[in-house]
Design a protein around this ligand. Sequence first.
Ligand SMILES: [Zn+2]
Length: 186
Amino acid sequence: MGGDASERTAVGWAARDAGGHLSPYSYTLRTRSHPVNEVVGVGLIVGCCRQCHPCKSSNEQYCSKKIWSYNDVYPDGKPTQGGFSTAMVVDQKFVVKIPAGMAPEQAAPLLCAGVTVYSPLKRLGLAAPGLRGGILGLGGVGHMGVKIAKAMGHHVTVISSSSRKRAEAVDHLGADAHVDVPVLRH
Ligand SMILES: [Zn+2]
């Protein structure tokens, strides 16, 4: 595809010897599913085998050959560095378009904690409004859980070990109730 609008050269850092010394590494970025300069997002997976049962049933997180976005290695042995790099190599299967008008920093939490909550609700048929549910803990995934469950029209109770989370849960995130469950300490 040499030189067309869907490819450009990027420079990253890679360890290319056994000593682990990082040096600049130039390579060509290519894409077929997204035009160059489109704002896109990548979650926690950048690659998988595409052949196994988990891959064929959209459960790539269970693929034994999945490649995490960071702290993992590509098939050629180069490290994945996720959002810590200025460019990344990713199977376009795992690239999603960020809608126009959505800031990247708004989209980023949806690609990890957000989809962690949204996916099971959607896939298990729990997205229709009117359910009553509890969110255990408010530490990231729980935040997204409240927002997404409320957006689906559910009644949401946050169950937390800290009463300090009440205002955050109810006033800031829009939860319907907060239950304070003290943690037993020995
Ligand atoms: Zn697989």
